[in-house]
Design a protein around this ligand. Structure first.
Ligand SMILES: [Mn+2]
Length: 278
């Protein structure tokens, strides 16, 4: 498969290490692109609800793919989020192609983009982020699991799938007058700081919109998440774009992954040892 050249890719909220994380789809996406820079904008590995007994091979595959990209020359910048805030004490790490930081400003074609996860405003935000925080990561994981069970039941009965978490989030967002204060606060601050773009994650709502106040305007973007939306932000052709992963690619990817499993049989090892001896 030819890899799509992209200048910069921003991914966030993969929540690796949790049941809801769509690791196979993430790997499928990573394999389809060849970015110069990959920005991981927080909540990548979910250390909050990390279980010592749950980190499937598919989740390791995502990490392997990222390391592969690094060795192929892609610069990887990991911005910490609240679910991986334990990494914040290591912020500033700068190892070859890999950097760890809490926030980032990049300049592309004389345009400044300000990137951070977004949890920094949690005590001042309402709506989605707050609900997620209240529900707790474990609660959210359970909700996703419950949702999957309901959906497999619905599929058997021939109905369309539903999204419980989306419903809950939408309901809450309708209830509060302001939809996602994070968007407003981030945009206002970015206007003050005279940035052209501001990018957040955290609230699991992929977005690109122009925000204007009397003091100026900015483009607010959100990379969404890889639990519900399977979305990313891509910079190409001199602008940022929201990318929505096509699940049909997963089918193709699955087909490619249907290779015969290699069974290491002891006789073969014995054979190799013998042939070495010769
Ligand atoms: Mn977060």
């Amino acid at each position: 498969m030819d890899k799509r050249p992209v200048d910069v890719v921003v991914l966030s909220d993969l929540h690796l290490g949790t049941y809801g994380s769509r690791a196979k789809e993430i790997t499928g996406y990573l394999r389809s692109i060849a970015p110069q820079m990959l920005i991981l904008n927080g909540d990548i590995i979910d250390i909050w609800q990390f279980s010592k007994h749950y980190f499937p091979a598919a989740h390791f595959c995502v990490i392997k793919e990222i390391i592969q990209m690094m060795s192929n020359g892609t610069r990887v910048i990991y911005i910490t989020g609240n679910h991986d805030e334990t990494l914040r004490r290591y912020s500033g790490i700068d190892l070859g192609n890999f950097q760890l930081t809490d926030k980032l400003v990049i300049e592309i074609n004389n345009k400044m983009t300000w990137i951070f996860h977004g949890d920094v405003f949690d005590n001042t935000t309402r709506g989605g982020a707050k609900v997620l925080a209240k529900l707790g990561s474990t609660g959210y994981g359970m909700l996703i699991l419950l949702n999957r069970m309901i959906n497999s039941g619905l599929r058997l009965l021939g109905y369309d799938r539903i999204s419980l978490s989306k419903k809950i989030m939408d309901g809450v967002n309708k209830a509060v007058a302001k939809i996602n204060d994070l968007e407003t606060i981030a945009a206002q601050l970015a206007i003050e700081k005279k940035y052209d773009y501001v990018i957040c994650g955290h609230i699991h709502q992929p977005c690109k919109k122009r925000v204007s106040t009397e003091r100026g305007s900015v483009t607010y973007l959100n990379s969404g998440d890889w639990i519900e939306h399977l979305s990313a932000l891509e910079y190409h052709d001199n602008d940022w774009h929201v990318y929505n992963y096509d699940v049909n690619m997963t089918a193709a990817d699955k087909a490619a992954d249907n290779r015969q499993a290699v069974n290491v049989v002891s006789e073969e090892i014995h054979f190799y040892i013998n042939s070495l001896a010769v």
